[in-house]
Design a protein around this ligand. Structure first.
Ligand code: PRX
Length: 671
């Protein structure tokens, strides 16, 4: 079908009922909904027993007496890495491919479950030799190479805690994460491949660790073959350490609530939050969702989740969910357009990918390039598609289904967060009639509601705030080292602790329609979503004001056709520096500064230089107004137009005096 006719398909009631051929073979059945509705805890108990192998079986399902910190399957013991590795080998599936890995330059590695298990055993022994044991924190800063997965599983195997830092983050970001978690060991690489060249990683680690007291050792994977500085006594080559390590390692069982990982994510304040996940409940829910939402048939499917392991999607749907289920996966190191714009589709064809899970930004970019690029490859192996990270607009949804999924593949829009650990809202393939652009329904076992500001349930069809009303197995267990912030951020808005009522506030706006289907509307707080990545307005503001020329700064997420949102900043340059450079020069310097403080993903799309920032009487920056300005919307509200600071802002940006009688639109690009 031609992309030009897509618009005409976007009729009000466009629906896609499950294909009968798909239904016949589908993993999920309507019985799942019934079972979970009848007895939610018994439902989760069954999932935990069937999907997870326990060293010591649990007798207790949920202990919520210490809410909002849950204990799931609390008296059970398990080893998460054993569940992802040894048990598949023991079951006779050691020869099954775990990963078809493809490096950006075109080098490849095929790794079976037996090989992955052997590698993880050696890595666990190598880490143990450096003194890593249960509860110790290990930071991982790697490109998307198999060693990233091996490192995570080796840490998990020891009952230690990993903190993966996305390879695009800066030395500053590594340092704050290493310090916050007091990491003992860092695992990094010389460099990785991206956009046709090697980008060095170790220099950022070296800079981050200068003066860091908690880190005793650094393991360095050789990937980029680029030259690196070496700190003798602290640094060790990964391959040397593994060669020297004992090949045998018996996995020991740890408590179900043993911490598995910390993953830092942006919140509304400047400092990223270390989201803590534990073992038994997390593994249960990632395995359950991976199996049912993606209709996994592990003997025949080839699953490809395009996320980096530096994000929660990579943790849950590259590492733990798929490996627990014994899936065969594709892992690709590089960018979608290197060395040509069809690289992803070429990989789909090469490995016969049957389930493809990606983000709306990537789909919109592919759409922009044109359908002839994917149509140049054989994508007939694809039978199911997934989307995550940001709302998917119906146009992109339909293009995805038609062009990538041959007009037949169900598109699963999956809503979840770093905090939820696993998918929470998604249709079930083979059961649900799909609605483009809507994540639709909470999964069996999950309870959500759309509430108004006062915590009352909204009457559909209406918009409100998304809340999770019952605890779930893969829920976060806290913010590392900051219990008060954990309670305040997620549990203070709707809960009534005295009445024993605990309701999780997700921070997202959502609409519920007459069928009860949920459509996500984006964040309602100061968290931006840029290309599916979470960024905090305040964190970028802090980065801007840390530059000596900046007196004050405000950041907003402005809507962007391609990336959903883009970072737009407003900055006041200190009086004494104003004459030093042009605005364009200041803009270049400050964009670079943000990239080096946080990482390239946080680099503002544009920076407006202003002489004043509009604030409320209580001194809060009027971000909504700044968003209107950044998006080129008229600022029509007379109360705000009466504010001299707003008038000043309009003058600064339009270059001419404003009058209260006009509704002013300012240019969206200044430079
Ligand atoms: O705003 C929601 C958006 O991404 C946020 C979570 O970001 P993060 O913790 O980085 O995890 C992203 C991957 C799970 C949410 O609060 N979001 C995630 N998935 C969707 C979504 N927004 C709309 N539709 C989705 N399917």
């Amino acid at each position: 079908m031609s992309t030009d006719s897509i618009d005409s398909l976007l009729t009000e009631n466009r629906r896609f009922a499950p294909d009968p051929a798909f239904v016949a073979d589908a993993v999920a059945t309507p019985e799942l909904y019934r079972e979970a509705a009848d007895d939610r805890l018994a439902f989760w108990e069954r999932q935990a027993r069937e999907l997870v192998s326990w060293h010591v079986p649990f007798t207790e399902v949920l202990d919520w007496t210490n809410a909002p910190v849950a204990r799931w399957f609390g008296d059970g013991r398990l080893n998460v890495a054993y569940n992802c590795l040894d048990r598949h080998v023991d079951a006779g599936n050691g020869d099954r491919v775990a990963f078809h890995w493809e490096g950006e330059p075109g080098d490849t590695r095929t790794i079976t479950y037996a090989e992955l298990t052997a590698e993880v055993k050696r890595a666990a022994n190598a880490l143990a030799a450096l003194g890593v044991g249960q509860g110790d924190r290990v930071a991982i800063y790697l490109p998307l190479v198999p060693e990233a997965v091996v490192a995570m599983l080796a840490v998990a195997r020891l009952g230690a805690v990993h903190s993966v830092v996305f390879g695009g983050f800066s030395a500053e970001s590594i340092r704050s994460r290493v310090d916050d978690a007091q990491a003992k060991v860092v695992i990094t690489a010389d460099g990785g491949w991206r956009k046709g060249r090697v980008f060095p990683l170790k220099p950022a680690v070296d800079a981050a660790l200068a003066g860091a007291t908690s880190v005793t050792d650094v393991l360095v994977v050789r990937r980029g073959e680029n030259e690196v500085e070496w700190v003798h006594g602290r640094d060790h080559w990964w391959h040397d350490a593994l060669d020297a390590a004992d090949p045998e390692h018996e996995a020991q069982g740890f408590e179900a609530e043993n911490p598995l990982f910390i993953l830092y994510t942006s919140g509304t304040t400047g400092k990223p939050k270390g989201i803590l996940h534990t073992s038994g409940g997390y593994l249960t829910q990632v395995a359950y969702t991976h199996k049912n939402v993606f209709d996994l048939h592990p003997e025949t499917d080839v699953f490809w989740c395009t996320a980096d392991v530096g994000w929660i999607t990579g943790h849950s749907y590259v590492v733990y969910g798929p490996l627990a289920n014994g899936a065969t996966q594709v892992l690709y190191e590089g960018t979608p357009d290197t060395p040509h714009p069809g690289r992803w589709w070429e990989i789909v064809e090469k490995y016969g990918v049957s389930i493809f899970y990606s983000a709306p930004t990537a789909i919109r970019s592919a759409m922009k390039l044109g359908r002839q690029i994917p149509q140049g490859f054989d994508l007939s192996s694809i039978r199911l598609l997934g989307s995550v990270g940001e709302p998917i607009n119906p146009e992109a949804w339909i293009w995805y289904r038609d062009i990538i999924g041959a007009g037949t593949a169900p598109v699963e829009d999956t809503w979840w967060q770093t905090e939820t650990g696993a998918i929470m809202i998604a249709a079930l393939p083979g059961i649900t009639t799909l609605k483009p652009g809507s994540a639709q329904t909470a999964l069996p076992g999950i309870r959500v509601d759309i509430l108004d500001e006062n915590g009352g349930r909204v009457a559909p069809p209406r918009g409100g705030l998304l809340a999770v009303t019952e605890p779930w197995p893969s829920m976060l267990r806290g913010i590392w080292g900051d219990h008060a912030r954990f309670v305040e951020t997620y549990w203070s808005k709707f809960s009534d602790p005295d009445a024993g009522r605990w309701i999780y506030f997700a921070g997202d706006g959502a609409h519920v329609d007459a069928d009860g289907d949920i459509t996500l509307l984006g964040r309602v707080d100061d968290v931006m979503n840029v290309a599916g990545h979470r960024l905090s307005t305040q964190e970028i503001e802090s980065a801007l004001v840390s530059h000596p020329i900046v007196a004050e700064a405000a950041v907003v997420g402005a809507s962007d056709e391609m990336s959903g949102q883009a970072v737009v900043a407003y900055a006041i340059v200190k009086e004494r520096h104003r004459a030093e450079h042009s605005d364009a020069e200041f803009e270049t310097v400050l964009k670079q500064h943000v990239a080096s403080e946080i990482g390239a993903i946080a680099r503002p799309r544009q920076i407006y230089f202003v002489s004043e920032l509009p604030k409320t009487r209580s001194g809060k920056i009027m971000r909504r107004l700044l968003r209107d300005v950044a998006e080129g919307r008229p600022i029509g509200d007379t109360t705000t137009l009466a504010d001299p600071a707003v008038m000043k802002l309009i003058e600064d940006l339009s270059g001419s005096p404003a009058t209260t009688s006009i509704t002013t639109t300012v240019p969206t690009r200044k430079t």
